[in-house]
Design a binder for this molecule. Sequence first.
Ligand code: ADP
Length: 492
Amino acid sequence: MGEFMEREYHARPLLGFEIEEDAAQRQTVTSPYDRRQPVGSVQWATKAQAERAVDVAWQAFPAWSETPVETRATILERLADLMETHLAELMTLCSREGGKLLTDGVDEIREAVDFCRYYAARARELFAEPTQLPGPTGESNELMMNGKGVFAAISPWNFPVAIFTGQLVAAAVAGNTVLAKPAEQTSLVAHRVIELLHEAGMPREVVQLLPGDGPTVGSVLSSDPRITGVVFTGSTDTAQIINRSLAARDNAALPTLIAETGGLNAMIVDSTALPEQVVADVVHSAFQSAGQRCSALRVLYLQEDIAERVIDILRGAMAELRIGDPRDLGTDVGPVIDEEARQGLLAHVEKMKAEDRLLAASELDPAQTEHGTFVAPMAFAIDGIDTLDEEQFGPLLHIARYRSDQLDAVIDTINARGYGLTFGVHSRNESFTRHVASRIRVGNVYVNRDIIGAVVGVQPFGGQGFSGTGPKAGGPHYLLRFATEKTRTINT
Ligand code: ADP
């Protein structure tokens, strides 16, 4: 693994046409855990290159959509094999470029591999043969699934391999051509994935990589009338900008928007729960990946009889968290992605402290953290989810207390707040967990365990309301979002 710790990476747009080196578009990439350490550089795509890439994708669509599904699926499986072969390199790069713990990096690559294999298998079932539908005598009715056209895949930095790869391979295996726009902060690992995808046999004009800044590249991808669909993961605000831009296009067919966005994820703990288990699951749910997961726990509701006990144990557990270099296997919490994110989180910390809400905090060791963008995990007392303005995308937890007779009011407040991604419940009372899990309106509910993203690739993950458009990543139905149905009725 040592060789990947030192190597400098240089990324650029990977397009279906040649481009010149352009020093003016080159950005330096440094590590979030030590901003003095270079990781490499990336040449961002220009607006003109993005526009030409759309031309190429548009022209490549008919041939790709008629390419047998077996060929398309096999490319995904080859990519999965290549990612496994290059696991050490990819996880190291996730760590150096994005500040991920090495162990999180392994999970991340495994998830991407899972998506590739699962979507390949599912595509063979859905796209290989027309489905015969029943019909009147003398007629044969067939249902076929085809790609829709050109998809833009716009992805975030927090799962720079799993989400990035999952989005674009789903679009491509369903028969669409794809313009992949990785997040600014994680272009290097995205570039490496697309190199592997091309090595796996994906034609260069079918999946093109457009590293670059969101407003420049992203706005081409959401305003060109030839874009048939956008698959997006990121903030609710950006999803709304993309939605408006797609809708404002003249002379464009109605688009598909598949969006996974933020969450103000809550967990409700009743008095029968086991406090030690609750704390272990809360620490994992709130602070793993430095809280930079859309699924992370943001608001913990504790029934008042158990609250003091849980908070006491939580204080002890948070005091033991080791914050530092993500490449060190002893580290529990790495840095947040960049200085802008750190400043935003620290502003929230100041506000909470000024209101005297701090309940528990982990310690930062200055020697370990002075050159990086670190934020200490903290927990704050709040009255309820409705007092929070927005999601804080970092290791900051909020704790509210409730009385048993307030339970339904708490759930209704969480529902009314409008986010609907993940939710946890801890209780040994089965009718309590069943009631809470049924009344809450979210995409993924976790009972007596930590809140994480998809448990496995075959399980759909995603939310409703401000958290997304509903169609979920993973799961048996995801590929259908990228496809269009066509029937053939034959007079026999
Ligand atoms: P975050 O706040 O987590 O960085 P964003 O929503 O800003 O989330 O970013 C998610 C992705 O959306 C990134 O790839 C980013 O470059 C892209 N993006 C940002 N602004 C726009 C935009 N105006 N149009 C399209 N994509 C955008």
